[in-house]
Design a protein around this ligand. Sequence first.
Ligand code: 13P
Length: 276
Amino acid sequence: MPLATLSDVLVPARDRGYAVAGLVCLGWEDMRAFVAAAEAEDAPVILQAGPSCREHTPLPVLGAMMRHLGERASVPVVVHLDHGYTMDECRIALDSGFTSLMYDGSRKPLAQNIDETAAVAALAHGAGISCEGEIGFVGYADGAASDGTDPGEAARFARESGVDAMAISVGNVHLQQNREGGLDEARIRAIEAVTDIPLVIHGGSGVPVAQRTHLARTSAICKYNVGTELRMAFGAALRDAVTRDPKRFDRVSILKETHDPVEAAARAVIRGMGRV
Ligand code: 13P
């Protein structure tokens, strides 16, 4: 299956009433398990390289690994830069074979966020790939507080930036380890009333699964970013594998044992995206 752009997978998702999982990758083991999960569920998937992933592994290496998996997959795979903070970083991702760029100008004043995101969207579109932007600010558990998306600003951002998908702040918070949060459905409805752009929810780990599915089916939310939930599954599997046999030292034999539990956790996430 050829690699896909964000628009390739999100437009059908919006039109047919489901969402696509944007799964946060930290390395070869998890990205491989995520593609296996998507194939098992016969669903498209978005492999995401965020800031902590790129701090550990350079973008050209990540691009090559993700493309290697995507080019051989039986389902559409998007190779996505998550939270790009500079034009330079976005250019390197483009040159590294990414098929989608997120530019995050959400901490900047509206006009600056629009201008900078529009420049990244133009770069992406010129190369035949997609761009995601963020309006409003999605905060962090035990960190910066959120700033909810204003529907009027969202409509202007979507129109003037030219992005293919728009991340919004509607009660979602990054890095939550439980699913006790919930999204503000009234704010989502107010946003989708003024724009028809596919919407993205960051901090998907904190959203109750029933709400993820319900909104995937009934709203313009077409992409949930999920990281923490899967990192927890990976961490638990790794801890088990390391401690089960204290004599074992070969890392490949240890890491191999993370594959099945991480694939199972990713399959559960993908099943919650509302596809029938
Ligand atoms: P969580 O780690 O909270 O699921 O968020 C992931 C995310 O939004 C990455 O952009």
